[in-house]
Write a protein that binds this ligand. Sequence first.
Ligand code: BGP
Length: 493
Amino acid sequence: MSRFPKGFYWGGATAANQCEGAWNVDGRGPALTDVTTGGTVNTPRMVTYQMPDGSFGKYAQWGGKKPEGAKFACDPNELYPNHDGIDFYHHYKEDIALFAEMGFKMYRLSVSWSRLFPKGIEDEPLKEGVEFYRNVFLELKKYNIEPLVTISHYDTPLYLVEELGDWSNRDLIKYFDHFTDVLFEEYKGLVKYWLTFNEINCLMMFSMFMPKDAPGAKESARVGLQQLHHQFLASALTVKKAKSFDPNYKVGCMLAGMASYPLTCDPDDVILNMTKMQEGFWYCGDVMVHGEYPYYAKRMWADFGAEVKMEPGDEQILKEGKVEFFTFSYYQTGVTTTHKTDEEVGGNLSRGAKNPYLKYSDWGWSTDPQGLRYFLNEIYARYRIPLMVVENGLGAFDKVEEDGSIHDDYRIDYLRQHVDAMADAIADGVDLQAYTTWGCIDLVSAGTGEMRKRYGFIYVDKHDDGTGTMARSRKDSFFWYKKVIASNGDDIA
Ligand code: BGP
């Protein structure tokens, strides 16, 4: 008896803005990622702008803001890693052939909104954009690889962000609705699985990392909660209409799987951890799966001093747009405490206390495979709909040997433990249907903008200084994953 069900979707995942490149090709409009520089584990990515007098300035990606009168712009003296990505736009055939060689059953990718609608507000989509994704889907079909399409993955058209106020503006629902109409119409029969927003709970992520009394924390929560309300509506409307386009369409949600543990058994730690998990994770899942705001929402809003503006009919939309399956990313777990600790985790996207039982990566992310089994159980107990792990992996430095080989046993080791954890969760009774590892081909890191933080089975010769031939090559993990897939998860040696 295999540990994984027949038809389990093994595969990999990427996002348009991190791999496509071709940022201004064929009419594509910019996204915020196109005015964001590279960073490192200790130095933030910077967002650049131009002042009316022509001078350039920049602010840190998280927490910063551009000055009055400034416009987002590319500074000729800066490097923008997302501009070229790994040029998937021109390499997709080669890349998909490599995915097929590994035996992928599923490939999670995102569509770039501004490749279809450069500003996000146009009536008609760009033909080139529509055709590009059609060709990608056709290529996948050729190899029997099921696409899992993220509709919005961190790349709202810059125009919507800068001129219309981003998701704080309720009008974005209307533009998103039009965008998804076009997707649903164009890709009938080519796509079955859709996800509305990548890591939608990231809008509440600060609350996982920041104490409520940190400067700006409550204000950022208030903005995030309102933006979330608009995204929940946009997502629910997408779910609601999907089957009228194609009865085979299934729409799911996607959350950042930031599970956290209380550091001690002090009840204060346990309660703090409970509220953090509600604010940072369950809140979004509860709305999208149950179709209504959870029982603790009012307390949460009051804690942040937030007033979420709603219109008559909104509750009904949420009710009618419950997702059919639940997906999440899983890299690590965090730790919460009310006590002073000496050991803090410093890495990007992983602040908080250190877990003494876990090892940490070069980017400060913990490795916690058992946490995945635990979390899969927690999520399934709450929602009882099919689950997919749609991001997981180890961002690490890779060394290319003289003969071109790459011995990434650390990556194999990380993934192997997580495959085991999923098998255990399935044995527990969890309905898990897919596993798409993150960055199955090396790509630009979302958090740091680095290339050297690599996740792939496929190495891409592209470097942080912008150099590289973009040549693709197979790492040891490539052959390992191929074996895992061929044996449906039984042979992980
Ligand atoms: C998730 C994002 C991805 C991805 C991944 C790894 O949060 O959905 O876009 O990049 O994290 O993070 P990073 O690239 O910062 O290593």
